[in-house]
Design a protein around this ligand. Sequence first.
Ligand code: HEM
Length: 430
Amino acid sequence: MNEISPRRRGGARTVAEQASSRLQRRSFLKGAVAAGAAAYPLTRGTARAVGPTVDEASAESFPFYGIHQAGIDRPPPRLAQSTASFASFDVTVANRRELTDVFRTLTERARFLTSGGTPPKAAAPGGAPQDDRLLGGTVVPGGLTLTVAVGESLFDDRYGLAGRKPVQLETMQPFEHDNLNQAECHGDLLLQLCASHRDVLVHAFLDVMAHTDGALRPRWRADAFNNPPRPSGTPRDMLGFKDGIANPDTGNAQQMNQQVWVQPGGREPSWTMGGTYQAVRIVRFFVEEWNKVPVGRQERIIGRRKVSGAPMYGTDESQDPVYNNDPQGKITPLDSHIRLANPQTPETVATSKILRRSYQYDRTSDAAGDVNIGHVFCCFQQELNTYIAMQTRLEGEPLVTYISPTGGGYFFVLPGVRNSQDYYARGLLA
Ligand code: HEM
C-alpha cells in the first residue's frame, strides 16, 4: 500500500527526472565522490555540533566504515533511531558492470548522507540542482543509517551470481497464518533507512532514488517508527507491551559473533563474512480485538507482565524469564509467545537467539474503515534457519488470533564498507 509512484506536477522536473539517462547516472557517481570530499570528517559514533541551531539528534552521526554495516547493533542504553523505512527494490540494470555501478553509487551516497556536509553546487550555472535542500544548505547526518541487503532474486541468471548466493538465503514462503500481499513481499535489494528525524530519512531516500536513476525500481516500502519509552526502559509495541527486551547484548562482540554476524570457517561463501541474515515481516495487529482481552489473559498470551515488562513472576523487565521450576507452564504458559520463541530447552538452544529491531506502524484505515496498525518485525541472525525454526514454533501460539502477517521478505545484509576504496557488495561482485 505504500508503493511509491513517480510524481509529475505541472511539467516541473524532479531531481530524479533531471538525471534521467544511464549516462547521467554514471556522471552522478562522480558528483557523489565530490560530495563525499566536501563532507564533514567522520566521527566515531559521537554526537557533534554542526551549528548552534541544530539539535543534538540532527548532529548525531554513526560511523560509516566498518566490518559490519550500521543500523543493526546499537550499543545499549541507546535506543534505535525514532523513524525508519524498509524500502524494497527490484534492480533493472542490464549487466554485472552496471550492477557494480549501482553499488558504488549507493556507497558514495550513503557515505555522504550519513556523515553530512555541503552538497555540491549544480554542475553548470542554471543546471540541475544536486540536492533538494530539504535539509537546508548543509546536509545534517541526523542519526541516519542506511543498511543495504540483498534478496534471493538478485542471484538469478541476470548477473551471473547464482554460485555466490549465501547458502541459506531463500524467498520467504508463507507460514500457516500468513495473509501475504505479494505486492508487499520480497525484492532484489532492501534498504533499511533509520534516522532521528523524518525529513533526514526522506531526504536520503529521495537522494538515493535520484542518484541511482531508475536502476532501482521501488517494489514496496514500509514506513515505521519507534515509540519512546513509556515511562522508561524498552519501548512498547502497538499491543501495549514492552517489545525488544530479551535480545543479544549488542555491546558484546562475542555474543554478536555467535548469534548475528556470519563468521569464517562455515559453509557460507567468503564474501559474506561480517554480514547477517535479515527477516522482515509486516504484521498487522487487530488492536481493537486485542484491547477487549482482559490484561491477565494478554499477559499469558505474551508471557510477560504488560505494564512492567517483567517475567510473569517478576517485578522488573530486567529480570530474565526462567522456566526450570515451571515445567508444566503454570506460571509462564508453554504456548505463550516468549516461551515458544525461546523455550529454553536443550533441543531449541540452537534456534532461539535472534536480534530483534522492530518498528511500529500506523497506516491509513483500510477500505472497511478498520484501523491498520501493526509492526514491521525485523530481526538479524547468523543463520536464516534460526528465524524460520522460531517462526514455525510460533505458528501455534494464541497470539495468531490478534495478528496478521501481510508482507516482508528474507534478505542478506552485505558486509560493511571497510574504507574509502571499498564499496557495498565488492566481495560479491569481484
Ligand atoms: C508479530 C507480532 C509480535 C509481537 C507483538 C511480539 C511481541 C513480543 C513481546 C511483547 C515480547 C516480550 C518482550 C521481549 O522480550 O521483547 C517478545 C519476545 C520475543 N519475541 Fe516476539 N513478537 C512478535 C513476533 C515475533 C516473531 C515473528 C518472532 C520470531 C520469529 C519473535 C521472537 C521473539 C523472541 C525471540 C522473544 C524473546 C524471547 C525470550 O528469550 O524471552 N517475535 N515478542
